[in-house]
Design a protein around this ligand. Structure first.
Ligand code: BGC
Length: 851
């Protein structure tokens, strides 16, 4: 289902002017606070802060998040069953240190009502700095310039630095700046009526739940004349946290300073007699430290150490390091789209979100919303492995490796979970923070066994991209073996003429069809997993006997197992319908009626918020790409013609209700030659958050889609594939784009790729020569300068349209697959009303019964 935006620039450019390196807001608005808090959120993968104004209001959702810092709770199933997830996990809104309230002549600065002579808010992708500049005419007629900055360090993961500069441009006045650290998780928010907010927002399973009792138990508070530290422990999970803030002031004016701390609030207040023309600068360095169990008082010391170091080395050094770090990030990751500055800005915003979500996750996961919001409770999903790791593997391998190490560290939990579900090997949780399955609705959660293959796929992607044998031998192989064991045990053999290996009772990526037999995506990804595990074990056995002996004894690995995996893979059931020439999403998928999305009004979308799951499950209708994703990840196992037929079959019945869909649809549309759709879906992914296309950006950035933007550019338009035999390119540059260029890091070599309409050029920027293949021809790059390969066009250009309505088609058995829609609730209501009227009329005309 295509979104009804016509592909033109969807942003209001008066308010958000085009700037290739910044997201800029030219004037504030209270109408979309939740959205802009997310768009202007900053983070480093460990610590994240939403773009709330330093004054603390106006605001929709305050948020400061520490990756993985969560509270647990008991999941109460109204009808319990064995093995259901029992530990709920929710990311905690940690104490807010962004607050720097300003009063001039005792009047508070409040954007909603302030008379602003100038205003600009921006986040700069070159230094990760959130800046705000404004000139305020106070009610008493004074003119005040206020400049604030906020930066979360990529080099010091625990550190944030904020500044506020206040200059009286017209008149002198008493100025008060109140810098705070405030526990908003438990403390009543001084300005918001939470119940009213909750009612207004309504029910949405994608939002985080709220707690009815206290989460952060105070563990002490301390202050000196410029520093304050508050400590907490989560009531249930036992996680501990400390936050410390250090202040300095520069001014020639007379200043009076106060400081105080209480269990839920720390305040450092400056009262300044501000004279005209003098600037007051306050710098606030903040450190957050968290732990799974270390007492909070130890975290106090860690905060002190971080803050002491900043004080010793100076803020300027931190800012320089930040700039260098970000520069390096872009050297390795920037994708340049020539001739379309608005697209360029959006591309960079998305790529910057991945840095903000993953850079310093340092062996924690990347949540669906990174550290920008509490949507999906702060849980980690397959989003990371399929949408984020490919990007990181080719641009920022250390971060990719850390994310895989995070999964290695969860293996013991995954083994235990497999046992709980009566399986061998390891089964990763569908969604989690602490390693335990947190998906209460198993049909669209735990049943997504494909998570195991997704993790294995990420291991393969990383090792192929980097050649990091050491990781493979030590850790990667353990993941591959344990997941392969799970598949070999989960499936079963069916003898029907030949022997096929079936996997039943699973859910694929598309959550609008659940618990099915032989989901195509699951089976082909499991096949890949089994093959990769077998190949890895054989390679290690031959190449490194010591590592092999270690692996064998650690995992009690038997030679026969490897053979078994190969057999399961070789005989994997892969549903195919001869009549339609497509791969059904699962064995019984085509038995269902098609959902005619062209007859479903926009106000009934997303379907998951408007129809009972049973209604949805009855139809052929997709939340997100499923077979089409398999066509990308296992692209070497399908012909171009098969890809086209499958794409055209699934496109009209794919709602794209999940933001994980559009970018994948764009890549396959580009490959098969539906270039207009490729662009349409690319833009639908590119602007998911910037234009709030799913209406829930307020809950946080859609990180998988942001990663998918890179995938759509590199796999989609540049036509790169990496199926384990080196990099191949079959480009599909859009007609209107003169040039697309990007760097890639492959086995330590840094390549630069420039794609134009008539050629693709490769240059080794750093490292050894490497080989790439373009449309079947190999080229060695390196040594003698750039290699330019002429291109005869940009692949097939299909002229027929893919209709929006699914066409009735005939099944292999001759029956017709019809298309329909569930009865509209309004029609049902009208019918019920009519029935009530006629019942009332008939009771009025029936004569009273005789006594
Ligand atoms: C999607 C999942 C995804 C999750 C978190 C859901 O809506 O269906 O595939 O993992 O969101 O992003």
């Amino acid at each position: 289902m295509r979104l009804d935006f016509d592909g033109s620039d969807p942003l209001d450019r008066e308010r958000f002017p085009v700037d290739e390196w910044r997201l800029v807001e030219a004037f504030p608005s209270d109408d979309d606070l939740g959205l802009t808090e997310t768009l202007f959120a900053i983070g480093n993968g460990y610590l994240g802060m939403r773009g709330n104004p330093p004054e603390g209001r106006p605001s929709a959702t305050h948020g400061t998040f520490v990756n993985g810092f969560h509270e647990t709770w008991d999941i109460h199933h109204a009808e319990q069953a064995y093995g259901f997830a029992h530990t709920g996990q929710t990311i905690v809104n940690v104490p807010d240190s962004k607050v720097m309230k300003l009063y001039v002549d005792d009047e508070p600065l409040l954007l909603s009502t302030a008379d602003l002579m100038e205003y600009e808010r921006s986040v700069d992708f070159r230094d990760g700095m959130l800046r705000r500049h404004l000139i305020w005419r106070t009610p008493s007629g004074k003119i005040v310039q206020v400049d604030t900055t906020c930066m979360i360090s990529f080099t010091e993961r625990h550190l944030a630095i904020m500044t506020i500069k206040v200059t009286m441009l017209g008149g002198s006045a008493p100025v008060v700046i109140s810098s705070q650290v405030l526990n908003r998780q438990d403390g009543a928010d001084e300005y918001q009526d939470r119940e009213a907010m909750a009612k207004k927002e309504g029910w949405d399973p994608r939002k985080a739940g709220s707690f009815s009792s206290r989460v952060l138990e105070p563990q002490g508070h301390w202050h000196s004349d410029r520093r304050m530290i508050l400590g907490y422990k989560c009531a249930r999970s036992g996680m501990t946290l400390a936050v410390g803030a250090d202040h300095t002031i520069e001014t020639d004016n007379v200043v009076e300073e106060l400081i105080d701390t209480q269990p839920d609030l720390g305040k450092k207040v400056y009262r300044v007699d501000a004279t005209e023309g003098e600037t007051i600068t306050i710098t606030k360095a903040v450190a957050y430290h968290s732990s799974r169990g270390v007492p909070a008082r130890e975290l106090f010391d860690r905060c002190r150490r971080t803050l002491d170091r900043v004080r010793r080395d100076g803020i300027a050094r931190e800012l320089d390091q930040q700039r260098d770090w970000v520069q390096k990030y872009w050297d390795n990751a920037d994708v340049e789209v020539e001739g379309h500055p608005e697209v360029q800005q959006a591309v960079r915003w998305n790529l910057f979100q991945i840095a903000q979500a993953s850079a310093r996750a340092d062996q924690l996961g990347v949540a669906a919303k990174g550290v920008s919001g509490s949507g999906y409770e702060g849980h980690y999903f397959w989003d990371t492995e399929i949408y984020v790791v490919p990007f990181l593997a080719y641009t920022f391998p250390t971060a990719a490796k850390n994310l895989l190490r995070f999964r290695v560290n969860l293996l013991d939990h995954a083994r235990a979970r497999a046992r709980e579900l009566a399986q061998r090997g390891a089964l990763f949780p569908w969604r989690t923070i602490n390693g335990l399955e947190a998906s209460a609705y198993y049909a669209a959660g735990t049943a997504q066994y494909h998570i195991d293959a997704d993790v294995a796929y990420a291991v393969a992607r990383y090792t192929d991209a980097t050649g990091d044998e050491d990781f493979l031998r030590r850790d990667g192989a353990e993941i591959l073996v344990e997941t392969a064991r799970m598949w070999a045990d989960l499936g079963f053999w069916r003898v029907d003429g030949g022997r096929t290996f079936h996997i039943h009772g699973v859910t694929g990526p598309d959550e609008y069809t659940t618990v099915v037999n032989n989901n195509l995506f699951t089976n082909v990804m499991a096949r890949f997993n089994l093959e990769r595990a077998a190949a890895a074990v054989r390679e290690i056995r031959e190449g490194d006997p010591t590592a092999y002996a270690r692996l064998r004894s650690r995992l009690n690995l038997q030679d026969e197992e490897v053979q078994e995996w190969e057999e399961c893979a070789a005989h994997m059931a892969v549903p195919f319908d001869e009549g339609l020439g497509i791969h059904p999403q699962d064995e019984n998928f085509l038995d269902r009626e098609l959902w005619d999305l062209s007859r479903t009004p926009a106000d009934k979308r997303p379907l998951l918020l408007n129809y009972h799951p049973l209604v949805i499950y009855r139809f052929q209708v997709l939340k997100q790409a499923d077979v089409v994703l398999a066509l990308l990840l296992q692209g070497d196992r399908f012909s171009l013609d098969e890809k086209r037929r499958n794409f055209e079959y699934y496109d009209p019945i794919t709602t794209g209700d999940s933001s994980l869909s559009a970018v994948v649809q764009s890549i396959i549309a580009a490959e098969v030659g539906h270039h207009k759709l490729a662009m349409h879906y690319f833009l639908s992914g590119l602007y998911v958050d910037l234009a709030d296309l799913h209406g829930n950006t307020a809950d946080g950035v859609h990180i998988a889609s942001a990663g998918g933007v890179w995938n759509a550019l590199v796999y989609g338009f540049a036509g790169m594939r990496d199926h384990g035999k080196g990099l191949t390119f079959d480009p599909r540059l859009p007609d209107t784009w003169p040039r697309l260029s990007f760097p890639l890091r492959v086995h330590g070599t840094r390549l630069r790729i420039v794609l134009e309409q008539d050629a693709i050029t490769f240059t080794v920027v750093e490292g050894d020569p490497t080989t790439v293949s373009v449309r079947g021809e190999s080229h060695v790059v390196g040594g003698d300068g750039p290699v330019r390969v002429e291109l005869d066009g940009q692949g097939p250009r299909l002229t027929h349209l893919v209709p929006r309505q699914p066409a009735p088609v005939v099944r292999a058995d001759g029956t017709v697959i019809t298309a329909g829609v569930p009865t509209d609730p309004e029609t049902l209501a009208q019918e019920a009303a009519l029935q009530a009227v006629s019942a009332a009329q008939s009771s009025a005309t029936v004569p009273p019964a005789r006594q």
